[in-house]
Design a protein. Structure first.
Length: 509
């Protein structure tokens, strides 16, 4: 998927990114309304004008795959809050309390959900008189030093024609894994994450918390497709950023219509409580990059408020996609002839004889044939490379959806063979081998060592020494400043000295 020449590589990269998004967007040739329990679909990384201003409600990606280590179960992962800067404190990243985070299952192909898993969150603050997220090293999710915590309830709603038939609470007050503040605050973050994995009755497992953003791609394509200059392609734009993840692993038979009809459609939505106290869908996501690239600006907010059964209103965005035309104009790669019925068949119905349910209603959602066993050696291009356990049959964390989607949008299924791609072929972090599979989040206090230190607890020990001086406050301030020198270590030492001096003078910190 890399270019043979610098120019060729660039062309492929840009085309892939944009087309990938478009292809994904092609998947999104669908409708707009609201589900009965309220749903939202097709939001991604800041893809629509309204949702870009409210990141807590913004879906970024959805993944669905047969669990590789438990092949009788299916794992669904949905992410929110794009571009979480790991050091973005002191108000770190929480799920919204006035939102319903929903995962929808259509198990008969009628573009309506039959099952809905709903997550709702509550926030607790132990000490409101401190600015700190945690007041000391955190060793467990119930540690007194973890000042801001969240818990969630999980409900299962069974629906028929979008009317609730039953509602069951299947989890109550489950703790959320916190944001990864840093090594000083959370010396064993992996241990904290493990505590947030919660087993449910009936063989299901749930998790909610921060994770490394698993999507890998070069988003700088939005700079006018690089303006024709592809000398800097191949950078994973999402490297180093985190998201808030919800992961759910359920027995496959729980979500199938039957063993004879194993294909399920999956999407996630966010509903937000309005001023009247009613929940309104504000975000929706099934396939990746749908709303970012396929839908024009005038349709983006509408799409986020829509439901799959109304997706026909966006059909022209799929059959007459903008992206291939832009690529042809800038990079002279011929656009396939329209209308693009090949995109409708693949992205709105599912691949025939693979993940297309019988009597399917065309609609945008991630479709997974749950009877396909996990691949022993997954291939990043999934179905295009002969690996039927991968995208667009569901979506695994390792699937290179940008390259695969781009190649399809540029006519791979019409005989226009191509090797387009964005030169980003894998995530910057390794994924876990067991549930919840997503990589640990990047910590907030990462970065180069302070000048004059060698790692470990050097800086902390220097601060500790500074807090126990023998001379006067003024003398100690002088000594601290002198020993600090320049750089970050000096700033920390001076700050420690100031805190000690204020205590000595009776001004409590």
């Amino acid at each position: 998927m890399t270019a043979i020449s610098k120019r060729g590589a660039g062309l492929r990269s840009v085309a892939t990114l944009v087309c990938g998004a478009l292809a994904a967007g092609g998947l999104a040739a669908a409708g707009v309304t609201a589900l009965e329990p309220g749903e939202a679909e097709a939001s991604s990384h800041r893809e629509a004008p309204l949702i870009s201003g409210t990141p807590q409600y913004d879906n970024t990606d959805v993944y669905a795959f047969v669990s590789p280590d438990k092949p009788d179960t299916t794992t669904i992962i949905a992410n929110w809050i794009p571009f979480e800067e790991p050091a973005g404190g002191p108000n770190f990243f929480t799920f919204a309390e006035d939102a319903q985070y929903d995962i929808h299952i259509d198990n008969n192909g009628d573009a309506q959900g039959e099952l809905l898993f709903r997550y709702t969150f509550k926030t607790q603050t132990k000490n409101k008189k401190t600015f700190l997220y945690n007041t000391g090293p955190v060793e467990s999710l119930d540690d007194p030093d973890l000042n801001v915590t969240q818990t969630y309830d999980l409900e299962l709603l069974k629906l028929k024609n979008q009317h609730v038939q039953s509602r069951t609470k299947i989890a109550d007050d489950v703790p959320v894994a916190p944001s990864n503040v840093g090594k000083a605050s959370m010396p064993d973050y992996a241990g904290l994450r493990k505590q947030a994995v919660h087993e449910l009755a009936g063989g299901s497992t749930t998790f909610a918390g921060q994770a490394d953003d698993p999507f890998f791609l070069d988003l700088r394509v939005f700079d006018l497709l690089y303006g024709g200059n592809l000398s800097e392609v191949g950078n994973d734009t999402l490297k180093g950023y985190n998201v808030n993840s919800i992961a759910l692993q359920v027995p496959t038979k729980m979500i199938q219509e039957s063993a004879d009809q194993p294909v399920v459609g999956i999407w996630s939505t966010t509903q937000r409580k309005n001023a009247q106290g009613h929940f309104t869908q504000v975000s929706r996501l099934g396939n990746p990059l749908v709303n970012e690239v396929v839908n024009p600006i005038e349709d983006k907010d509408t799409f986020n408020a829509s439901a799959p059964w109304d997706d026909a209103q966006f059909l022209d965005n799929v059959t007459n996609p903008e992206l291939p035309k832009l690529i042809e104009a800038i990079y002279k790669i011929p656009a396939p002839k329209e209308p693009r019925n090949d995109l409708v068949d693949v992205f709105l119905k599912g691949v025939p004889d693979l993940n297309q349910p019988p009597h399917v209603t065309p609609s945008e959602m991630l479709r997974l044939n749950t009877s396909i066993e996990p691949a022993a050696e997954p291939k990043r291009l999934g179905v295009l490379d002969g690996d039927n356990a991968g995208f667009p049959n569901g979506r695994r964390l390792t699937d290179d959806v940008i390259d695969a989607s781009l190649q399809v949008v540029e006519g791979e299924l019409l005989g226009q063979k191509n090797d387009l791609g964005d030169a980003v072929d894998k995530n910057d972090k390794e994924f876990e081998k067991a549930f919840p599979y997503v990589a640990l989040p990047t910590e907030g206090s990462r970065g180069p060592l302070a000048k004059g230190t060698s790692g470990g607890n050097d800086v902390r020990n220097q601060i500790g020494d500074a807090l126990q001086p023998a001379g006067s406050a003024e003398d100690n301030m002088t000594l601290i400043a002198a020993s600090a020198g320049a750089g970050a270590a000096g700033i920390l030492l001076i700050g420690a000295g100031l805190m000690w001096w204020r205590r000595m003078r009776g001004r409590a910190y």
